[in-house]
Design a binder for this molecule. Structure first.
Ligand SMILES: NC(=O)c1ccc[n+]([C@@H]2O[C@H](COP(=O)([O-])OP(=O)(O)OC[C@H]3O[C@@H](n4cnc5c(N)ncnc54)[C@H](OP(=O)(O)O)[C@@H]3O)[C@@H](O)[C@H]2O)c1
Length: 336
């Protein structure tokens, strides 16, 4: 392989077409060379729209293309693990959308497969590659907020479309799988700690049978955390880090615009003069940075933020959250 990574994309998913593929096409040493769809015509149209060289009418055909180095998987959640396996068995590196698996246990098998086939497999948590989140981690390490005592998050949007994959329990739908994963992953990333146990309440839509409003408490070794996520509340997102000295707030923490500089806000009290925007983080596209980080891992064996051990830890928290919704009790987070 030369130093260009040639990607193939499994499906014409909205996230791929609108965000990830165009961002990948701007990444260094990165070519999106093929796209596949269940429908050959749809694949050809998608390829024409985004200037992709080749299109295939089945995912299998794309995996058989010897010129493809890496596969990006933005399929419905329940299809992630089966297609990661097939891609790894075909000798391809894999970047898969979140949640990479519906149960942490499935990731043990993927780790063995990764090691057997010597490929990179990662979860597409673009936030892990955003310099603002890397700066938040640094500021917490430097105790900008003093001793961290609590983290709180919120993530919502409104979607009651019965045909959307998020509203289908058989497809791994539900608000925790879809967006609750983000407060979990950013709390872990920003603090470097792993939750010990969780307690969760989930409200399930009576028709869709997926959780559409979920609140979660998490006990970490040195602080507590909470978040609420919903697919039936107007769009909103925020993360806050509460310390003994100050409170750090991150607006638009998960889907920030890529054409505006961003801030990290800090408050040492509640009066306007005690609140300020701490610093400006230059505009960037985290999907582009994600593709570049993945390429580095493939070419130079650098650890990928979102690798399988990391994915296991995140999915294990999600497993404990869904267990707690049923048991109505604290549930321990299983370690790898
Ligand atoms: N990282 C992020 O920022 C982000 C944002 C949104 C979503 N996501 C993740 O990306 C994945 C896709 O989300 P999306 O909203 O883009 O999905 P979507 O638009 O519904 O696309 C899913 C695609 O999967 C293919 N597919 C194969 N079998 C299917 C089936 N039985 N039912 C429906 N689709 C099927 C279809 O493509 P073909 O017909 O072309 O084969 C479809 O276009 C999810 O895992 C989601 O969690 C990530």
């Amino acid at each position: 392989m030369d130093d260009v990574i040639r990607w193939g994309v499994l499906s014409t998913a909205k996230i791929g077409m609108k965000q990830v593929i165009p961002a990948m096409q701007k990444a260094e040493g990165t070519v999106v060379a093929a796209i596949a769809s269940r429908d050959g015509e749809r694949a050809a149209e998608a390829a024409a729209e985004l200037g992709i060289e080749r299109s295939y009418g089945s995912y299998e055909q794309l995996l058989a293309d010897p010129e493809i180095d890496a596969i990006y998987i933005p399929l419905p959640n329940h299809m992630h693990v089966p297609w990661i396996k097939r891609a790894a068995q075909a000798g391809k590196h894999v970047l898969c959308e979140k949640p990479l698996a519906l149960h942490a246990g499935e990731i043990r098998e993927l780790i063995a497969l990764r090691d057997e086939h010597q490929v990179v497999i990662g979860e597409a948590f673009m936030v892990l590659h955003h310099p603002r989140w890397q700066r938040v981690r640094q500021l917490i390490d430097e105790e900008l907020v003093g001793t961290l005592r609590h983290v709180d998050g919120f993530f919502s949007f409104f979607n009651v479309d019965a045909s959307n994959i998020r509203n289908n329990p058989e497809y791994g739908g539900g608000s925790v799988y879809d967006i609750g994963v983000y407060p979990v992953v950013t709390t872990r990333m920003a603090t470097g700690e792993e939750p010990i146990e969780v307690m969760a309440s989930g409200s399930f839509d009576p028709a869709f049978k997926v959780d559409t409003l979920s609140s979660v408490l998490m006990r970490f070794p040195t602080f507590t955390a909470s978040f609420t996520c919903s697919m039936q509340i107007s769009a909103y997102q925020q993360m806050r880090f509460f310390g003994e000295a100050s409170v750090m707030s991150i607006n638009m923490p998960f889907n920030p615009p890529d054409d505006q500089d961003l801030t990290i806000d800090i408050a040492t009290g509640i009066r306007p003069e005690e609140c300020c925007s701490l610093e400006s983080i230059p505009a960037c596209n985290h999907y582009t940075l994600q593709a570049e980080a993945f390429r580095e891992s493939v070419l130079h064996d650098t650890p990928f933020a979102g690798g399988l051990e990391h994915a296991f830890a995140n999915e294990s928290v999600i497993d404990a959250i869904y267990r707690s919704m049923k048991s109505r009790a604290w549930e321990t987070v299983i370690k790898l």
